[in-house]
Design a protein around this ligand. Sequence first.
Ligand code: NAD
Length: 421
Amino acid sequence: MSLRGTTFLESVLQTLKRAIELGGYPQEAYEMLSRPQRIVTVNIPVKMDNGKIQIFTGYRVQHNNALGPYKGGIRFHPEVTLEEDIALATVMTFKNSLNGLPYGGGKGAIAVDYKKLSKRELEELSRGYARALAPFIGPEVDIPAPDVGTDPQIMAWMVDEYSKMTGHNVPGVFTAKPVILWGNPVREYSTGFGVAVWAREAAKKLWGGIEGKTVAIQGFGNVGYWGAYWLEKMGAKVVAITDSRGGVYNPSGLKLAEVKAVKDKTSTVMNYESSGTRKVTNDEVLELPVDILVPAALENVIHKGNANNIKAKLIVEGANGPTTADAEKVLHTKGVWILPDLAANAGGVVMSYLEWVEDLQWYFWDEEETRNRLERILLDTFNRVMNRWNKLGMSQVTIREAAYVEAVDRIYNAMKVRGWI
Ligand code: NAD
């Protein structure tokens, strides 16, 4: 238990326990799913620009592969811990299952402040991680992708390193690669696109549509920016955006393209100025009087200390694990809809799946066809989760719990026919 209440892993396990009860699955299912199948720890030496060797510790948590190869991102962040990586890998198992993908769940991490590394040091670290993990990954074994602090360039170095080791090109071992290296243009914005699709569908149910609804977004990286982009395109009004230093709020709406230009030029949205715009902190942005709140940075930002101050009626979890279990209880009682991470931010992994299918068959769809395939899968998941939520009782059960029951159902049946439980 942390000062903010339950930790991310505790929250995930609490939800799993509840889903097992709600779905009437046996205790063995909880025993299997509450712990990872394998944890790989690697220590990677990197020769730094000053000539000294620095050792970086990394992990790859392979949580469950009942439905197929492990799949999940790699996070580069100074504060990553093994416990956090286990929680993220666990969520991936449920996210992949929920979205009907033929994947289990995994997640990797290296405790590093990548901003302090030179490009050469970052490349050496990325290649070192791929080399160290090579015996444990592969297109039919475990397929990593980017997460916080990693990007397509890093995937390119990793796929290159892995391909050198195997002696031939292996495109399907990492996803979200640059387009020129067997990637797909949709991957860049797919998670944000998924956030917006989920927000739009929920808004239709709540208000009859998303047009004109106000949105506050915490985080202006891949998910935050592209989420804002697609939400704006779908007719919502983005009024607040922050990055790690804080951000800006304008009740009449922000001009996204201008905010992005300031971020690109000065590396923070804080420098954006226009009439009616004021600064907000990362705590304040969560409590603004908006219709829709999109936490798209880090976990545990909505906790029991601030849950009561949240005014949005719809929370769309762009980030993984932004809401603690205690906070969710408070918000559910208040009638707030929380679209959970494993559903709302699944656009990235669903797109990764499509990229992997392309890579395995060495045949590539165009952007529009790929985006249509992505949207179809997202809408199918949305409808299944809403049906399950209805059946379980919308006031007794959270959307997350309904999504978990839906996810556990597939994994449980796969484990059962395999004879694991
Ligand atoms: P990113 O590195 O591109 O962006 C992260 C953003 O968060 C940046 O704007 C950064 O300034 C901000 N940030 C960092 N520390 C912060 C803090 N303490 N308070 C507020 N903001 C802070 O990362 P991303 O890929 O956009 O991922 C964001 C979240 O979405 C993570 O939880 C990640 O696991 C999740 N996610 C990402 C993807 C994906 O495809 N990129 C897919 C699913 C889930």
